[in-house]
Design a binder for this molecule. Structure first.
Ligand code: GLU
Ligand code: MG
Length: 463
């Protein structure tokens, strides 16, 4: 797993591996392979190749302009200090370890890509490479991470003209209601069938709070793999929805004022096969290492939001008392804390304990997010950071003197924190840090003066 390792001149070996993979695809009647990556605005971009061209794509990469690093949610482009503009080329290299025949799109396969320069060196703004680098940094400290993203989406019937309300929900069943599972029985069974066919382990599928909302969680894996999975989960939900005449929205806010779609990230820290989130002497069994890691994440949350809540619409979701984690605090099983400590049932802690980052949504590039969170955690470890007192219950209901700080209430605030974050600047490197900041600044400008309805409408079907 992870980016292709390039030794000079090994294109022949890559080509040979891909020939075997392509032969298998042909036998399964796969005609095309979608080579997918996620841009800094959180949108999936793609080049596809006919199956017969996969070996060549793996040997030499597929061309794509670096201008996409500066694209915004509306497909306009901005410019950073290093990237933007029409010149230059990058090569997309499929990761064959994640090559997947798509169950919801017969005739198609899917693979995430690493982006390299024409000379074969990694593109400094490749988000997947960044995530892999942070995993390597953790490994150098003797640590391993397990991660998993939750996927929430709202499903509506058919196309709604200009994409605005009113929406026809295919079920009027209540929040978490069995009624919804009965109404959409075939659709949900097809989803489970698709994930099984794609050899992806679903842990849970359930109706969520908002009208037409559902949630899927998959088994934890290494952080780069978890980000790949988050992308493929959305592709699969979208495809299966379309085959049922349905449309899926993963946007942070679907109807302003309602409960939105989160993209919570679960993380656990391991050392030599041992889960450091359990069995330690600290609060709720935390080890000193896990505490320091989480304290590092907590300390960087304002800056991390520029990565995890990356568009003005994110701040319509991130409000108190909506289970979005709008306060800078942690708590045991507290669904209003930005960081929720999860222990699992008594007896299974050593396997199940983890922390859930709730304040993030699916406009986030999942590779940037896992990488940035690991960077913050490692900084906490280096500084032996300590967690503040935990918060029990809804922070919004606490008396003012005991209430933790609100997280940024706008992208302007998180961008300022991101620009000032030494930890993230160093981890991302100058090119990626600057480009992400440029895209955030341009989206702030893009949405300036637009109200919640307009902001929601412009982002509802983009992610
Ligand atoms: N939909 C909520 C959000 O926006 C999360 C609900 C939950 O706790 O799963 O994050
Ligand atoms: Mg949920």
């Amino acid at each position: 797993m992870g980016p292709v390792v390039f030794e000079s001149g090994d294109h022949r070996a890559r080509e040979a591996d891909a020939r075997t993979a392509a032969a298998r695809l042909v036998a399964e009647e796969v005609h095309g392979v979608a080579l997918v990556w996620v841009d800094n605005a959180g949108l999936q971009r793609v080049k596809t190749v006919p199956t017969a061209r996969l070996p060549e794509a793996c040997a030499w990469g597929v061309g794509m302009s670096p201008v996409f690093d500066t694209y915004l949610v509306d497909d306009s482009a901005t410019r950073g200090r290093h990237l933007g503009g029409p010149s230059g080329d990058l090569r997309l290299f499929p990761d064959l370890d994640r090559l997947t025949v798509l169950a919801g799109q017969p005739g198609w396969a899917w693979a995430p890509v690493d982006r390299r320069r024409q000379d074969g060196l990694p593109h400094p703004a490749c988000q997947r490479r960044f995530a892999a680098r942070m995993v390597e940094a953790a490994a150098e400290a003797g640590l391993e991470l397990r991660a998993g993203f939750e996927t929430e989406w709202i499903v509506t019937r058919g196309q709604e003209g200009d994409g605005g309300p009113p929406f026809a929900y295919p079920t009027d069943g209540p929040a978490y209601g069995m009624h919804r599972v009965t109404d959409l029985s075939d659709y949900l069974a097809d989803l489970l069938r698709a994930f099984r066919a794609q050899e992806m382990t679903v842990l849970q599928l359930h109706p969520e709070y908002s009208p037409g909302q559902f949630e899927l969680s998959l088994a934890p894996e290494d952080p780069v793999g978890a980000a790949d999975t988050a992308v493929l989960v959305r592709d699969t939900v979208r495809a299966v929805s379309a085959r049922h005449g349905l449309r899926a929205s993963f946007a942070p806010v679907f109807e302003p004022g309602g409960v939105g779609n989160g993209g919570h990230l679960h993380l656990s820290l391991w050392q030599e096969g041992r889960n450091l989130s359990a069995g330690g002497p600290g609060r709720h069994g935390l080890t000193a290492e896990a505490e320091a890691f989480l304290a590092g994440v907590l300390a960087e949350l304002p800056a991390l939001l520029a990565v995890g809540a990356p568009t003005p619409a994110s701040y319509l979701r991130l409000v108190p008392s909506h289970w979005a984690g709008a306060f800078s605090c942690w708590g045991l099983e507290n669904r209003e804390a930005a960081l929720r400590l999860v222990t699992g049932s008594t007896g299974e802690e050593a396997r199940a304990a983890n922390a859930e980052l709730k304040c993030v949504d699916q406009a986030a590039n999942p590779y940037l997010l896992v990488g940035a969170v690991i960077a913050a955690g490692l900084a906490g470890l280096r500084g032996k950071a300590e967690l503040p007192p935990e918060v029990d219950g809804d922070p919004a209901a606490l008396p003012e003197d005991r209430r933790p700080a609100r997280l940024p209430v706008s992208l302007d605030e998180s961008l300022a924190a991101f620009r000032g974050s030494r930890v993230l600047a160093e981890a991302l490197g100058e090119v990626l840090h600057d480009t992400v900041a440029a895209v955030r600044a341009a989206e702030i400008e893009l949405f300036a003066g637009r109200g919640p309805e307009e902001t929601a409408a412009a982002t509802r079907w983009r992610y």
